[in-house]
Design a protein around this ligand. Structure first.
Ligand SMILES: [Fe+2]
Ligand SMILES: [Fe+2]
Length: 282
């Protein structure tokens, strides 16, 4: 593909799309989910419980470790789009919290749901969300005008967490639930979240491509963030010590299929950005 053929969506285009894509986490029908959840047992229930715990923790982090990027905007159009992403992430957290309130557990504060969910996530997952993301966000808050800091944050947040971990988790979870006709309300909400995520990832690819083009030295910051995070992403997509009781082993997806999907998407996005995956070794 030549440079000419790539149509990237700039923040203003993404903002206009957001205006046309509003939804409410409180209007999704969860009646069927409640019945099914009460009757569910074994691997299906374990899998959903594991995925829900991960999503609950991830969206809390993703929501509360974002405002630094809004403050680091480069234009009014970018500030506008980033404000919408902040709202989206809060909405996603609200949907998972409602699912905890009404299907999995009982009504409680979001903090209580997050705390309970934390007991079920892996060490690799904790390393990504509680250490790497938190540090990158603190650095951005301290130095909003430092473009290298912003490149590291967007690489971790948009390219790795949303673009690689998030899209892969969505694909294998919803493929399985749809095939088994399980939890239709959850699948509907998660699909709306996924639609929002495609805008967020579009922003990340746009920002990284523009920045690397204008300042080629920032490519190394991007590469270093990938080197720092990818081992933990691989570990959290295929938890090594939990076998088929947790994670995607339970839905019959092979480690190779998961790896191929995750790396395939990352490879395509890195090609568009202009920092090929192969350049990590060089
Ligand atoms: Fe989200
Ligand atoms: Fe997002």
């Amino acid at each position: 593909m030549s440079d000419h053929d790539i149509q990237l969506n700039d923040p203003q285009t993404l903002y206009r799309r957001w205006e046309e894509s509003q939804w409410s986490p409180f209007l999704i029908d969860l009646d069927r989910d409640r019945e099914q959840w009460a009757a569910m047992s074994g691997e299906d229930r374990d899998l959903i419980f594991y995925v829900l715990s991960s999503l609950m923790v991830a969206e809390e982090r993703i929501t509360t470790k974002f405002s630094g990027l809004v403050g680091a905007h480069g234009s009014e159009e970018e500030a506008t789009f980033l404000s919408t992403q902040q709202v989206d992430e809060a909405r996603h957290m609200q949907f998972y919290a409602r699912f905890q309130d009404e299907v999995v557990a009982a009504p409680d504060l979001i903090a209580a749901h997050v705390e309970r969910a934390r007991e079920n996530v892996s060490d690799a997952f904790r390393h990504i969300f509680d250490e790497q993301l938190v540090q990158a966000h603190e650095q951005l808050l301290a130095e909003p005008a430092n473009l290298a800091t912003k490149v590291r944050f967007v690489t971790i947040y948009h390219l790795i967490l949303e673009g690689t971990l998030g899209l892969t988790t969505f694909k294998f979870t919803t493929d399985h639930l749809s095939a088994e006709q399980l939890l239709p309300g959850f699948v509907e909400g998660y699909s709306k979240i996924h639609h929002d995520e495609t805008r967020h990832i579009g922003y990340g690819v746009w920002f990284l491509r523009e920045t690397v083009k204008a300042m080629p030295e920032t490519a190394e910051v991007l590469r270093q963030a990938l080197r720092d995070l990818l081992p933990s992403v691989a570990a959290s997509l295929a938890p090594p010590d939990t076998g088929s009781d947790h994670g995607f082993g339970a839905i019959g997806a092979t480690t190779e299929a998961i790896r191929e999907f995750a790396l395939g998407g990352l490879t395509r996005r890195l090609d568009i950005i202009g920092v090929p995956l192969a350049s990590l070794q060089g």
